[in-house]
Design a protein around this ligand. Structure first.
Ligand code: GAR
Length: 218
């Protein structure tokens, strides 16, 4: 995987569908640092809070709502064109609640990552918080992973456990998972930008991460 080096730019785009608290963590903690620049925010929905966050940060934003296209592939083609135009080299799904088509993923090989509020492969899908509570698990967590064609099924980059109390409601649990996400997702992006993330030569499901680069970077 390419390392941008000390003074190269590492342009990233963030895909969103809702409130955008993960986008905000990226903007607050890594945007315009370590050569990382958020060059654009693409939303699958109009009028969401994430778009306001992008605007406040002065980051170009665009809406690609599937309903406005004949099919999802057409939407993804247009979104892909925009992302290439703005020069995105890494695509970060931060609460983007739709599957991407194979054509889109092929245009960014091993360059699309996602954050998910569960310890994958447990609890993939659209309701991981409720599903973890309903299952009565004692330990949940957060996963950052590469995106493949499945649902939350790509190779895992970082994971962190979060204890779950049976007294938690879904809102309290989501708040606690968000705290972990807001640290883990920016960390994963920094690690990729620093060239510290690579695939195992024998097993491409296994991702090697050299976290020691973080102590030597500013
Ligand atoms: C986050 O908890 C993210 O992990 C989740 O959506 C939320 C978006 O919050 N994504 C998924 O469940 C993807 N399968 P945000 O818009 O406030 O960042």
């Amino acid at each position: 995987m390419r390392s941008p080096g000390a003074d190269a730019r590492f342009p990233i785009a963030v895909l969103v569908s809702g409130s955008g608290t993960n986008l905000q963590a990226i903007l607050d903690h890594i945007h315009d640092r370590d050569a990382i620049t958020v060059v654009g925010v693409a939303s699958s929905k109009p009028g969401v809070q994430a778009l306001e966050r992008a605007e406040r940060a002065g980051v170009p934003a665009a809406v690609f709502e599937a309903a406005g296209y004949p099919d999802r592939a057409a939407r993804d083609r247009e979104m892909l064109g925009w992302l290439k135009e703005i020069g995105a080299e890494l695509v970060v799904l931060a609460g983007f609640m739709e599957l991407l088509t194979p054509g889109f993923l092929a245009a960014f090989p091993s360059r699309v990552i996602n954050v998910h509020p569960a310890l994958l492969p447990a609890f993939p899908g659209a309701h991981p918080v409720e599903d973890q509570l309903a299952h009565g698990v004692k330990v949940g967590g957060v996963t950052v992973h590469f995106v493949d064609e499945g649902v939350d099924s790509g190779p895992i980059i970082l994971q962190e456990a979060v204890p779950i109390s049976h007294l938690d409601g879904s809102e309290e649990l989501l708040d606690r998972l968000h705290e972990t996400e807001h640290e883990l997702l920016p960390r994963a992006i920094r690690l990729i930008a620093l060239g510290a993330v690579g695939f195992d030569a024998d097993n491409p499901r296994v991702v090697h991460v050299d976290e020691s680069v973080l102590s030597s970077s500013s």
